[in-house]
Design a protein around this ligand. Structure first.
Ligand code: CP
Length: 320
């Protein structure tokens, strides 16, 4: 693994899941791996789980994680090549990234999309410029279009719940369902979850959303897609709940039908499904209290597993 930006950077997902679960069983087993190594964590956008879990993961490996909230504490960065920097951008990534490459052994970056220009967001300019100019391995802490540490965590949690290694009786049914929200949110978590479940290839994968909320086919290809949420939920083993804004007519909220919020009534048609969400969640908008506070919800287990996903990825990069 050179960088960790998407499922395509991972040769064997099962093996990475297994490594993560081995860290969960024995968090300090590679305590010396990161001795004298520094991990830079750049945040261009807010975070709670990703920031804390990655810092804990680095600490478990004996590495030092240094957090830099670029959005609040740093110079405004320019990312465009050949930009005439006469506006409010103070420093070019071409100058900043190589310095970070000298300060750190691994660079982790969170950068959200603007949701104004699809081509710009889907070009992943920000994170790709750090890859191009830092000269060290780059880990996505969520980019414009993908959230790979979250998706690895999600597969760890699904495998852990199913029992790993697993003697498969049947393929689990995993459903990604759109949920209402008050804001236009990125497609990153939904794209990424789709990409990873498809790459893992060991589930029947169904995506359900209202009309006009189609995701980019490059991530969803292989999944069954339906606008009928009830049909999708039938016999589901796992339900992944997430809002996203429109992809085609980019970054909009069309329908915000509260009927799309998952309820206990809807859960009855599932195979006693476990409910997942990446968090933060808008209670009683995206997901009801009755589900979040019930044994069906595994969101806390899922968020806790963020540490082991980050530790498995950092360890693989440190070993290189
Ligand atoms: N799920 C997730 O990425 O949470 P944070 O935004 O708090 O890091």
């Amino acid at each position: 693994m050179k960088n960790f930006l998407s499922a395509h950077d991972v040769k064997n997902i099962d093996s990475l899941v297994q490594t993560a679960l081995s860290y969960k069983a024995d968090p300090l087993k590679d305590k010396k791996l990161g001795t004298d190594k520094r991990i830079g964590m750049l945040f261009l956008n807010p975070s709670m789980r990703t920031r804390l879990s990655t810092q804990i993961a680095a600490q478990n490996l004996g590495a030092e994680a240094i957090v830099f909230n670029v959005d609040k504490e740093g110079w405004a960065l320019e990312f465009e090549e050949e930009a005439i920097m006469s506006g409010n951008k103070v420093e070019h990534v071409k100058d900043a990234a190589p310095i970070m490459g000298n300060y750190f052994d691994i660079l982790c970056i969170r950068t959200f999309p603007g949701l104004k220009n699809k081509e710009e967001d889907y070009s992943e300019l920000y994170i790709n410029q750090f890859v191009k100019y830092s000269g060290i391995p780059v880990v996505s802490l969520e980019s414009s279009t993908l959230h790979p540490l979250q998706s690895l965590t999600d597969l760890i949690t699904i495998n852990e719940t199913l029992g790993f290694p697993r003697v498969a009786i049947r393929r689990p049914k995993i459903v990604l369902t759109w949920a209402p929200h008050v804001k236009a949110l990125p497609q990153a978590v939904a794209n990424s979850f789709s990409q990873w479940v498809n790459a893992w290839g060991q589930a029947d994968f169904v995506i359900t959303h209202p009309e006009d909320y189609e995701l980019d086919e490059q991530f969803t290809k292989g999944a069954t897609i339906t606008h009928d949420q009830d049909e999708a939920l039938k016999d589901a083993d796992f339900i992944y709940v997430k809002n996203w804004s429109t992809f085609s007519d980019y970054g909009k909220i069309y329908c915000n039908d509260p009927e799309w919020m998952l309820t206990q009534e809807k859960l009855r048609q599932t195979n006693n499904a476990k409910v997942m969400h990446c968090l933060p969640v808008r209670r009683n908008v995206e997901l009801s209290d009755e589900i979040l506070d019930s044994p069906s919800s595994i969101v806390t287990q899922e968020a806790s597993n963020r540490v082991w996903a980050a530790q498995a990825v950092l360890a693989e990069l440190l070993k290189k």
